[in-house]
Design a protein around this ligand. Structure first.
Ligand SMILES: [Zn+2]
Ligand SMILES: [Zn+2]
Length: 126
């Protein structure tokens, strides 16, 4: 009986935007974690200082502070690069239209005359 073992399950709602097309994303994330909270009067005096060790959670006056644990768990569960869909095609580099809404989107318009010389170069190589 060195402390209290806490098993926590939580669901958080996410709001963000797709890294490719900036479409708003609403999602949920489920997190689970387990943590042993040591009784303050025992563990703190035995060899380690809780201030020095982030890995140790202590009971504070019989209260559990779940917030830092929950925050860490949620942050770890967040997608590194959130996407609206796994294969989001992103935005048109020319006009910024969202390609998922308009996959056949093309630009027939003549290329900026300042770049026209470059297209000729490209054709020569073909
Ligand atoms: Zn997207
Ligand atoms: Zn476009």
């Amino acid at each position: 009986m060195e402390g209290v073992l806490v098993t926590c399950e939580a669901q958080a709602s996410l709001e963000g935007e797709c890294v490719r097309c900036l479409e708003p994303i609403d999602d949920d994330v489920d997190v689970r974690f387990q943590e042993l909270f040591l009784y303050d009067d025992q563990g703190a005096t035995e060899g380690y200082d809780p201030e020095d060790d982030d890995g140790v959670s202590m009971l504070e006056d019989d209260l559990l502070d779940l917030e830092p644990l929950l925050r860490d768990a949620v942050v770890l569960a967040l997608p590194f690069q959130p996407l609206c869909e796994e294969d989001c095609p992103g935005l048109c580099v020319e006009c910024g239209a969202r390609l998922a809404d308009d996959p056949d989107h093309t630009h027939e318009a003549p290329i900026d005359p300042r770049w026209a010389g470059l297209t000729e170069l490209q054709h020569d190589e073909d």
